[in-house]
Design a binder for this molecule. Structure first.
Ligand SMILES: *Cc1c(COP(=O)(O)O)cnc(C)c1O
Length: 244
């Protein structure tokens, strides 16, 4: 990127927004490390995905300068142009939103990981999309732990069948499991249940090691329960306007 070759990014040149993001990132990274310490887990056991939804590509660029390597988005209309504008950054793009089958081809063009796979038809559509773009996609099975419709997610009982469908798809790799803590259930209990589902899954699919859980308000409980990936938006970028 720049010809400056050493050390931390030059904070002067980041501008006020960059400094704000740098401060927030430091705080979030400290929270993750403290949660790892409390759980007796090494700091590198948990990866930070910064959820950039509703924020512009310029913020993604600043985040990349600050060492962020993985970003999350939840709407294809917004994510597709943003990912294209940031294609030179070499980031890993996680699609974390509910996904309609007719959007699967578009998402397969830029996503590296789709965390919200919850039904067989979506598996087929993503595999076809990935084939079309000659790419591979890592898929996580989104699990619904309260059975309530609205946030999406497969029932725990449907996980084995979905896992097999993903594993048998030539352009897809089964990465593991994901959840959004249901409002009705305590986050800690939901994350423990997800971890348990992940452990069971690895009985038949040993490489499916990813457990994506935890957002700005509950990352500590997720790390405690064994999450390998946390998805943090608000705590890094600030409160979103109510676009969604
Ligand atoms: C928006 C979103 C997040 C981030 O939530 P914050 O509370 O802003 O950290 C994480 N996961 C999913 C699925 C999301 O839609």
């Amino acid at each position: 990127m720049s010809s400056r070759s050493s050390g931390a990014p030059d904070e002067q040149a980041l501008g006020p927004r960059g400094e704000e993001l740098a401060d927030n990132l430091r705080t979030v990274r400290r929270r993750i490390e403290a949660a790892c310490d409390a759980a007796g887990r090494p700091h590198d056991a948990v990866r930070l995905i910064v959820v950039t939804k509703t924020y512009p590509a310029s913020d993604v660029r600043l985040l990349a300068r600050l060492g962020v390597r993985e970003v999350g988005e939840n709407r294809d209309q917004e994510a597709a142009p943003k990912a294209e504008a940031c294609a030179d950054l070499g980031l890993t793009w996680h699609y974390i939103g509910q996904l309609q089958t007719n959007k699967a081809r578009s998402v397969a063009a830029y996503a590296d990981v789709v965390q919200s796979v919850d039904r067989p038809r979506l598996v087929a559509a993503l595999d076809a999309g990935a084939a079309r773009h000659e790419r591979g996609l890592t898929c996580l099975i989104q699990v619904s732990l309260d059975g309530a419709p609205g946030r999406g997610g497969a029932l725990p009982a449907d996980v084995p069948e979905l896992a097999d469908a993903i594993a048998e798809s030539p352009h897809l790799t089964l990465g593991g499991v994901m959840t959004v803590a249901p409002l009705a259930v305590e986050a800690a209990r939901a994350f423990a249940e997800l971890a348990e589902i992940g452990t069971r899954l690895r009985g038949t699919h040993p490489a499916a090691t990813m457990v994506s859980a935890g957002m700005s308000n509950d990352l500590e409980q997720a790390v405690e329960a064994g999450a390998t990936h946390v998805r943090i938006g608000t705590a890094v970028l600030g409160a979103r306007r109510l676009l969604r």
